[in-house]
Design a protein. Sequence first.
Length: 202
Amino acid sequence: MLIPTRLISVVLVLGAALLHPAPAFPQGSTVKIPDGTMVRLALLESLSSATNRVDDTVNFEITEEIRIGPIIAIPRGATARGRVVEAEAKRRMGKAGKLNFTVDYLKAPDGTNVRLRASSARQGQEKSGTVIVGTVLLSPLFLLMRGKDVEILRGTAFNAYVDGDREISLSGGSLAPMAAPAQPVPAQPAPTAAPAQVAAED
């Protein structure tokens, strides 16, 4: 029975990963996340100017891990938090609603709150949690419509940025496992069929 080459390669990679697990970090090890590091976020729940109120908590999920060299400083799936700072439902006379919120910090694996800001460049004494204007996340068509509530759907993606150099602990271990490269396996030749027997005619 012939075993497919691809299956053999997968088995070798998995075996190498098991034999070379991610090393544990010494007690007290830390990693620095530089100022301005991009953080890719997505909303965990929908927001609406009709239902949200000022100071409501806004929850986000990190959609792409943050690596510092080979170290995964912030894993995908980590959470971040902000708050609603302006919420105004649609009004009469065709005035659309307003909905603005902040993104204040993300929660690192060691429990540290890593402060975030909305712009890549720091502007003077800009504080963390720079306001994100809800209409910026909407389609241009919405901006042409009057008398509508601002609604930002769950899963809406945007970027934030680490506010200042931030150091976090690696006591939990965050090094991406580096599996040993699989050795190429030569393809097995297909079995050759036995030559057909031709009956001699009388």
